[in-house]
Write a protein that binds this ligand. Structure first.
Ligand SMILES: [Zn+2]
Length: 376
């Protein structure tokens, strides 16, 4: 792309490199921040309305937990959002089960953070450790396929594991650290893994791996439907009901709990850090920071000038990349040359594979139309 063709939004920091499908209005504002301000801003914290909704949710959660061991289950990764969600349970007098899924890529800091939060909060804790050999084979298939969504197997396994744990313990509410104030801007071609499309998942594993699928927990849209409507397990996003500022939450966790900062977003996992901060901008030309910072600009948590300043340096440390590659190749059980070969294959997105995007979009749209007002 020539400098003349380059375009960045006047209001946020999304550009036509990170999102090739971006479009701009006559004022030079992009579809992402426009959508945030028109639609998403109504779903984030809104003073008394959100306070009232949050109180209503707490009442329902506590009522469902009556005569049970737990009120809710909180998936905890060691990152800011999930750790703060666990803290909120303490603040509001809930009795959660903290649950962690270990896919083999946890960093030392994230393991320490999970242990710190469990210890200081005094909540019960359960952990599912995935069969590494099986998970490795599946994630390696995604690496070989060259799709940008390398973390789709992780996301699907987390969802499946937490639903299974909720069902096992008779818990009716899953508390997620997902939040709109820092995650609402995400072009689909960057974050298709969030669709948890089992058709695409199976296609990639079948084509690029020879091992069976059954050893790793999976759940697709119909499985989720069963958990939601037959087992009546609901997911709540507490951070959307409070004035959540990720940077302030991080500072609070450090001071209050001795939680340790690990750098970028989702860098509690070694592979996620490598993928988002190095492979995505270098191979796919998608700078993950633009999505988070743009959402934070729209939420009024950072100025556009301060966000732009973040791009004065790369999202990864060039001196550490060779070491990271060696670690990742060794962990995958492949040679460094093989890893380099996969990384140099032409970039692909979900658009290059058979998928159920239209069906899943339809189901989500219909579900949101019916349930958005209820928000629980
Ligand atoms: Zn914009």
């Amino acid at each position: 792309m020539s400098a003349l063709d380059y375009k960045i939004c006047n209001r946020c920091v999304m550009d036509n490199i990170t999102d090739v499908f971006i479009h701009f209005d006559e004022k030079g504002n992009c579809n992402h921040c426009e959508d945030y301000l028109q639609r998403t801003s109504k779903l984030i914290y809104n003073s008394e309305i959100s306070d009232e909704q949050w109180k209503h949710i707490l009442d329902k959660v506590k009522s469902a937990g009556k005569n049970r061991k737990f009120d809710c289950i909180v998936g905890i990764s060691g990152g800011v959002d999930s750790s703060y969600t666990a803290h909120l349970c303490k603040e509001y007098g809930l009795r959660p089960l903290l649950f962690h899924m270990d896919n083999g890529w946890d960093t030392k800091i994230s393991v320490k953070n999970v242990a710190t939060m469990v210890d200081k909060l005094g909540f019960e804790y359960d952990c599912q450790v995935l069969d590494w050999e099986a998970f490795r084979e599946i994630q390696l298939a995604f690496l070989k396929s060259s799709i940008v969504d390398l973390e789709m197997p992780t996301d699907i396994a987390i969802l499946s594991s937490i639903y299974k744990a909720a069902a096992k313990y008779g818990i009716k509410y899953i508390f997620s650290g997902g939040n709109l104030s820092s995650e609402a801007i995400m072009p689909l071609q960057m974050g298709y893994h969030m669709y948890k499309d089992i058709r695409l998942y199976r296609h990639i594993v079948k084509k690029y791996s020879k091992k069976a699928l059954k050893t790793i927990p999976t759940v697709g849209i119909w499985g989720e439907f069963c958990y939601k409507f037959l087992k009546n397990i609901k997911t709540v996003y507490p951070l959307n009901y409070i004035p959540y500022d990720k940077d302030k939450a991080k500072q609070f966790l450090i001071e209050q709990y001795g939680w340790e900062d690990y750098g970028g977003k989702h860098h509690e996992s070694k592979i996620t850090a490598f993928w988002q901060s190095y492979v995505m901008p270098e191979k796919y030309k998608m700078d993950y920071r633009r999505t988070t910072l743009s959402a934070q600009i729209c939420a009024g948590q950072i100025s556009r000038a301060a966000a732009l300043n973040e791009f004065s340096h790369k999202s990864y440390d060039e001196k550490l990349i060779d070491e990271d590659k060696k670690y990742i190749a060794k962990k995958f059980g492949i040679s460094l040359d093989e890893l380099e070969k996969y990384l140099s294959n032409p970039p692909k997105t979900y658009l290059d594979f058979p998928n159920n995007k239209e069906l899943i979009s339809f189901v989500y749209r219909t579900y949101n139309r019916i349930f958005t007002k209820k928000r629980i």
